[in-house]
Design a protein around this ligand. Sequence first.
Ligand code: OAA
Ligand code: MG
Length: 560
Amino acid sequence: MNKKRPLYTSYANSILLETALLNKGTAFTASERLEFNLDGLLPTVVETIDDQEKRVYHQFSELRNDLNKHIFLRNIQDTNETLYFNMLTKHLEEMMPIIYTPIVGLACQQFSRIYRRKRGLFLSYPDRDKMSDMLKNLDKRNVKVIVVTDSERILGLGDQGIGGMGIPIGKLSLYSGCGGISPAYTLPIALDVGTNNQDLLDDPMYMGWRHERVTGEEYFNFVDLFIQGVKRRWPGVLVQFEDFAQGNATPLLKKYQHQICCFNDDIQGTASVTAGILLAACQVYNSSITDQRIVFIGGGSAGCGIAEQIVKHMIKEGLSEEQALSRIYLFTHHGLLTTDMDHLLDFQQKFARDPNEISAWSSNGQAVSLLDLVRESKPSILIGVSGQAGLMTESVIKTMYAHCSKPIVLPLSNPTSHVEALPEDVIRWTDGNAIVATGSPFAPVEYQDMQKVIVQCNNSYIFPGIGLGVIASQATRVTDTMFIVASEALAECSPLVNGTGNDLLPALSQLREVSLYIALAVGLQAIEEDVAPAVSRAELEQNIQANFWSPEYREYRRKR
Ligand SMILES: O=C([O-])CC(=O)C(=O)O
Ligand SMILES: [Mg+2]
């Protein structure tokens, strides 16, 4: 809902035009131009935001190169945020791949080369004694959502040093563009704890701290300084951890999820969207999540996060934990995880299988291969979270299909170059019978006379709605159950499930509606779990609407 009240500001002259959150450019009216000493600083004509949007969209459309398109959009964002989000919401499907996955990956890799202007906070380890000052220097009094990364695992691209800042910026664009959180309330943060990326360390243009990564106690103490500082500066703020390496992601989540309002998007957001897709697919097939057998390729924190959440849904649907776990197999670069392996990570333990159970599965007397596993365990669902291209080979998919006439195949690794299989291949290898969803966007696949839409199984379906729900309900914690209800809400939005269309998930252009729907479920759950003030459903709905920002200009008055 757009706030129609006038906005009072003491900024004037070119300062007003150079403040991206307030700038309206040629849309300042004649009386505002007089009031704010803007006469002469702008071309004569007074335009509407639609006029401006047409011009910038035309400029955008003239560009041929995706990275240049990204730079162009970021530039509009840095000069006029309202116009940027107005254009983004009008062309979400076209622009999402530019400001978000996959092109944002390239922008992170090239960050120090394409850098233009300041945005967000860079908190570097050598400045750790100045943490409070750095947080104070940012002149946003009312930050409600922070997305923070230490850039060690940017998408599937690994350590990008401070270049990882592109990710929090992109995620927060979706918070505002899809989740209706005003950009006045958002803050991207890069923790600069060094980089182990030698190319960056050797690059004379690299703009981060030229030092190997700080690790262990020093690292965790630094993150803690940051968290405590944020708690003092913006009490109650929602913190989204993004693209931390798996060795740190789970410990940080475990440490802080009961201390502050926070979540890890790669673990919990990815799990939630995947579970939502699986719930929807099960409903379409008239089966239950409890009937599925699932093989994961990759067993890192994201994969285990998905597995954890699937287990919770299975238990909710009546299985014991043991029964649920018996339906899940994790295959990593060490092979199928079994209890006799000595390098299992904490979060992998419960998914490890009894080696006796699988001892006869190998076809050549060696370790069980992925193909052996698929042949013997007969999965109905195959999930790729390996970060490695091509692991879902033709023989793997065909073997799966031989045992399951309607396979669900999710090659989720990002960006596009890291996908485990191309959707068109999976569809061909399964005679058009597979449901395929990917982490990065893919064009629809033509198969015989059908056009198959490839659903994007990306956490962007979930985190904007979680954020909106948390903010509107004033939740003080993000609980696991909020992600469970978010998945169920997402499944209810499935056009195939609710009979409004032929696709498994709503189009990206519907993300605003989806986020509103998820926010309500999340807010209700927060109230139910007593982590948010008790209000009626109607009041919560009202709060969600009141918090839902629309990228339109307001009338300005001078604050004296
Ligand atoms: O950013 C995305 O597209 C999804 C995500 O969180 C990741 O791959 O790390
Ligand atoms: Mg991520």
